[in-house]
Design a protein around this ligand. Sequence first.
Ligand SMILES: [Zn+2]
Length: 487
Amino acid sequence: MALLVHGGHVLNSSYTALERADILIEADRISAVGQALALAPDTHRLDATGCLVLPGLVNAHTHAHNNLFKGLGDNWTLEDLLNYGPALNGNRTPEDHYLSAAIGAVEMLKNGCTAAYDLFMAAPAPTLEGIEAVVRAYTDVGLRAVIAPAMADLVFYQTVPGLLDLLPSDLRRPVDGLVAAPTAGVLQIAQETVRRWQGTASGRISVAVAPTIPGQCSDAFFSGCVRLARDYGVGLHTHLAESKVQAIASQHRWGKTLVGHLTDLGALDSRFVGAHGVWLTDDDIRQLADAGAAVAHNPASNLKLGCGIAPVREMVEQGLTVGLGTDGAMSSDNLNLFEAMRFPHEPARWLGAQTAWELATRGSARVLGMADALGAIAPGYKADLVFLRADSVFLRPLNHPLNALVYAETGADVDTVLVDGRIVLEHGTVLTVDESHLRAQAQAAADRLRTQNQAAWTLAEQLAPYLATACRAAVATPYPVQRYAAS
Ligand SMILES: [Zn+2]
């Protein structure tokens, strides 16, 4: 059955103006764009009069598990966030994982995002039941997703230089008692995830491998992930040089940058996605570009966690594939790509609205491995479309459409969203799941988990000053690049 989206306006190919264009959809793809299109007699019609029709935005990096606790952390560094990991992620049932993923997927839809690369995490490690719940949540909401269960086989506290030596014995004991997930076990879950869920939900769900942070992985585990991604032809996504502490820890452990270490492991190729990349050196950026690798740039998260300002201009200039991400809901704290689009700059080295827009559309599509299917309104592309009400306080007066979309729009004008040619949000209402029920259940889960994880929270509070001392010492270490980070 064909569907004609008619009466709307689209950005022209040079992004300089809007033009009236109808969009013909056959099954899950766009088959024609223009005016006076030839239609089959049984073509359905969807009125987009008064709307700007955009390609669905693509989120290059987020975390389903964070959504239950958005807005909980204040003035946290990345290491603080990781310190509270057990308190945030402990005691979750598969139903909790479902609710956390689903409410995030709804938030993204309502902000005009139709696809996400999701590094879902669980404590102490993802289970098949938890992963199934996340897959089901994205499937139910109707968002396209690359789901990459994020895994580690080292305990975070062992990876911060000097931390363990600072801890008094009453704190050292519980930390020493934390047991990392077994290497072979997590690799097996990663492999089983690919086998079970790759290409499910009519192809809307795909799977990738995510050794979460190189510093929290044994070389054997990271190498195993590299092999798995290669054997199954799926993506490999890790947090790459996100904070200065991570960059310094890499020098301590391997005597080289993280990119140098990952080169040794054979990890860098066109499947590789490094998230953040704040502390990449010029040489790191060149190596990533030469390998055909990609970076998921998360500027709002980098600012909120004080990680610094990523060298995104250099990345783009070196020809690196760069997509735009929101990161998780505990580090940005919303999943709004319109907001993220306003941040991808470096001081005095502007990126410009067109590049920012392209990062959130075509760039992220490449990061997800879907360059030919997402990020544009053109024949052959997936029918993932967003209608924005043009007559709004954010977009009127309309002087320069592209600049208005990047700098003035907030996502509040999102009216209707299609994924795979199917209407999943209509006039602001989610059609696929019961949003108010979902909100109530997610609130109940968050309330219950905050209580249940109180002891872990208290331990994290006690560890926090020692962690801060160890991180301050790491951050004081000279490094070849300066990224305007918090100290
Ligand atoms: Zn992340």
